[in-house]
Design a protein around this ligand. Structure first.
Ligand code: FAD
Ligand code: SF4
Ligand code: SF4
Length: 393
């Protein structure tokens, strides 16, 4: 569907402007113009007294697709610290940019975080678009969407990548709607065709039972959110040179409709599964919340982080932040020890790229053994204490 203004009929009365719930219509002189945030809802069509707005069946394509260039990475920061996923995206973005012969750029929002701009260059950005403003100190949907949308409109990136973090999952769809393009959420693999420059965005679908590969053929930018912990991190090189381009940040009253009064951090210990080198995970085979004491004891001995299957989380034995898998965290430690975990596809989706996988399970036919490098068939309540004794020696 497409909604168009018939220029010859438009008298410039501006009635359609008020009718549009998406603020997609602007006036260029005496002519109404429909912008990229039009959703083809049709609300303006009958409002026009001169029948100057038509709705057609043709698909709306981004005009001048060939004028879009470069790969952009949203550089997510919190408290002036770059999130790990942004460094992973710079690693992946560099590969895509090399394949199609374009620049890798980062877009950074915050207040007085000039050091981060340098860090992004060290991690591979050729250019950093930097929006520095008190209004951007902490994330708000409106503030970040406005600044980044204006930058996308001006500089026309071909590809925009965001981390599938809480912020990225909020910001990505807002930007995509405003830009009138698509967004593939939660990607685990990106490839690009150097000929037609379309990215193949792969993500789990139907509860993780199959992988769907999605392309965005007619709209730009091509946008994806990417799961943290899946892509290789870019390597830092402080001798790299790049350009920092300041962005204009003008906010008027009402542009940001929410106010951050206070940031309350969880008082519970925050687990960082993504960065862990060793993870010991427990599943339903533990039988009760008490079982995690044994998992914690083994983890402590190994300097490891505690993970869990969804069954253990759903049973209320451990916090969701420990969950590994499709609806938890994707991890890539050097060593992953799965204790009492059957190896459902949704769990494997989050840990099968680990360096070494050790599985302890009393059922020798458990699917976890198919991905394990070392499998121990036995009762975890006997195997884990024996392992700990061996480690002590
Ligand atoms: P079970 O499948 O019940 O396995 C328990 C295992 O413990 C068995 O293999 C058993 O032989 C073994 N065992 C029992 N007692 C002992 C013992 N004493 N010693 C040794 N072994 C023992 N799951 C995730 O983990 N992460 C996700 O992110 C996730 N996302 C999902 C998303 C969707 C849309 C859906 C539909 C499901 C998702 N799941 C996820 C759930 C997943 O399908 C499985 O149900 C879950 O992983 C099972 O957890 P488990 O292996 O701990 O439990
Ligand atoms: Fe033009 Fe019709 Fe919009 Fe009036 S309502 S500005 S005539 S398109
Ligand atoms: Fe706005 Fe809907 Fe008209 Fe598009 S079709 S310009 S979104 S009112």
């Amino acid at each position: 569907m497409a909604v168009n203004i018939i220029d010859e009929k438009c008298k410039g009365c501006q009635k359609c402007l008020k009718a549009c719930p998406f603020n997609a219509i602007t006036m260029e002189g005496k002519l109404a113009v429909i912008g990229p945030s039009c959703t083809s809802c049709g609300a303006c069509v009958d409002v026009c007294p001169f029948a100057a707005i038509e709705k057609t069946d043709e698909a709306v394509h981004t005009p001048n697709i060939s004028s879009f260039h470069n790969v952009w990475v949203f550089a997510e920061q919190r408290d002036g610290k770059l999130m790990g996923v942004s460094i992973e995206l710079l690693g992946e973005g560099r590969k895509l940019a090399s394949e199609i012969g374009c620049e890798l750029c980062a877009i950074l929002c915050g207040e007085n975080i000039d050091e981060l701009a340098k860090e992004l260059i060290a991690y591979g950005a050729d250019k950093v678009y930097y929006a520095n403003s008190p209004e951007l100190k902490t994330y708000t949907t409106d503030g970040y969407t406005k600044v980044i949308y204006e930058a996308i409109n001006k500089y026309k990136p071909e590809i925009v990548l965001l981390g599938a973090t809480h912020i990225g999952r909020d910001l990505g769809p807002c930007l995509a709607v405003k830009c009138g393009t698509g967004l593939t959420a939660d990607c685990t693999k990106l490839e690009i065709d150097p000929e037609d420059r379309k990215i193949k965005q792969t993500r789990p679908a139907f509860g993780g039972n199959l992988m769907a590969t999605i392309v965005c053929p007619h709209h730009r930018p091509q946008m994806s959110t990417v799961r943290p912990g899946v892509m290789e991190k870019a390597v830092r090189d402080d001798s790299r040179k790049g350009e920092v381009i300041p962005l204009k940040t003008v906010f008027k009253a009402g542009d940001i409709r929410t106010e951050v009064l206070e940031i309350v951090k969880s008082t519970k210990e925050i687990v960082s599964l993504t960065d862990a080198e060793i993870i010991v995970s427990g599943g339903a085979g533990l039988g009760s919340a008490e079982g995690f004491k044994l998992i914690e004891a083994l983890a402590k001995k190994l300097g490891a982080t505690v993970g869990a299957s969804r069954a253990a989380v759903d049973a209320g034995w451990i916090e969701h932040s420990h969950q590994v898998g499709q609806t938890g965290t994707t991890v890539k430690p050097k060593l992953y020890i799965a204790c009492g975990i059957s190896g459902a596809i949704q769990h494997l989706a989050g840990m099968q790229n680990s360096g070494y996988i050790v599985a302890i399970n009393k059922n020798e036919n458990a699917p976890i053994f198919e991905v394990a490098d070392y499998g121990i068939v036995g009762d975890l309540y006997k195997v884990i204490p024996a392992l700990m004794d061996a480690l002590d020696q």
